[in-house]
Design a protein around this ligand. Sequence first.
Ligand SMILES: [Zn+2]
Ligand SMILES: [Zn+2]
Length: 474
Amino acid sequence: MAARTDGFEEPYLVCLGSTDEIGASCHYLQIDGTGIMLDAGADPEEDGLDSVPDLDFVQDRTDTWVDHVLITHAHQDHLGSLPVVIQNFPHVMVHMTRATRDLAGVLLPSSARLQARKLQEGSTTTEPLFGAEELDAYEYLYLGHHLEIPFDLTGVRGHTRVEGRLWDAGHVLGAAGVEIEIEDGDDVHRIFYTSDTSLTAQAILPGGSYPEGPIDTMILESTLGADPEAETYTRKSEERRFGEALKETLERGGTALVPVFALGRSQEVLAMIDRFKNRGIIEDDIPVYSAGMMRAISDVYDKTRFTTPRMNQDFEVYGVDQKRLPRGHNGLKNALEAPGILVVGSGMMFERTISNKLAQEMIGDEKNAVLLVGYAREDSPAGRLLVAENDEVVLDEARGMQDLRCQVERFRFSGHSHRRDLLDLVERLQPRRIILVHGDSEAREWMADNIKFFNPDAEIVVPVRGEPVRLLPE
Ligand SMILES: [Zn+2]
Ligand SMILES: [Zn+2]
């Protein structure tokens, strides 16, 4: 017989994805008979069911179910398991911004194709979790919302009225924080889930906007909580350094490889290259190549430029003169013959991706440069490049050790708020209870200590996967 969640005081929150690292983001809220899921992410480093949050917590109980899913943005760790959630709860309504809905239409089919390809290539033994065909049917469940306009989230068996509202989160196109209001007699309880958030502006997107405080509970990301360096860099000085590095590479006749994530960073990099050309930092006729899924995503950026927050609504990613990187070995070789800039995935340069293949051809020549603009895990090829010693590195196990003679440089362009900004946000919203998510233990510990220091009265919770915690303050 299915278990009941007796003993958990409603409303409660339970993290269904990993909590001591950045894995699949997925938080389940049980609010007086209404079941709400905040994000349905997949762990990008796992395959098959290992990548999916523990839906069993909800499945195995008679008094829990999912009425509504809110997707904060289209990154894999927030969106990737949505089809699996729909397979398990076919009556859910799925809420997101309209831009995120458009991006999901590009990213989920691409994830389905990648899963099928991995099985075919033999790099995994797990069956794909979903196929591209079934996604068309699921799209009818996706409701696109405008920012800051409230919508109903009361479940069919809900006893209290619940309302949702999306706030611009900066971060990437379509990203939103979620405000939830719970009616309680004459009282209203307010909860705010930041998800991934950027208080500061990037090249294309302005910083996020947030509800007025005070609120009852804040569910706060802590990605950069253990990163003291992040707060010492300014976007402006990093952008200048990036421009200089491109200029020097091109002037010595080299090619610059900029490995990027398809959603967010690639469009931001192209916007910066546009500025460098406009300001004469790099020559106008230097070819810029882009490739893969980022091109379809850039289309969504351009299509939504009048209806989503922008630094400059007239800017178009495709207004930046760019060529599609030629396919095939010869095509790649030709692109490397004259000075140019290659903006291609994957950001961490995983094996068999374009950035990895190009790097293998480039790193032996000191004229060239690999300019890393995003997060690189230590054990990824990009991470290995950063710490390479004795001018040798392994980019692909099949090829083995290679000579490393080109320039390798790292730049700090985060789509996340650094930790001082997150503390400012706590200050602004004045929550009485703070639930820390989306960060490793060290990051969440630093955040907890510092919030406690500035707000001794606040309740701070560091939840563990699968263990319910109170949603509202005592
Ligand atoms: Zn994200
Ligand atoms: Zn995330």
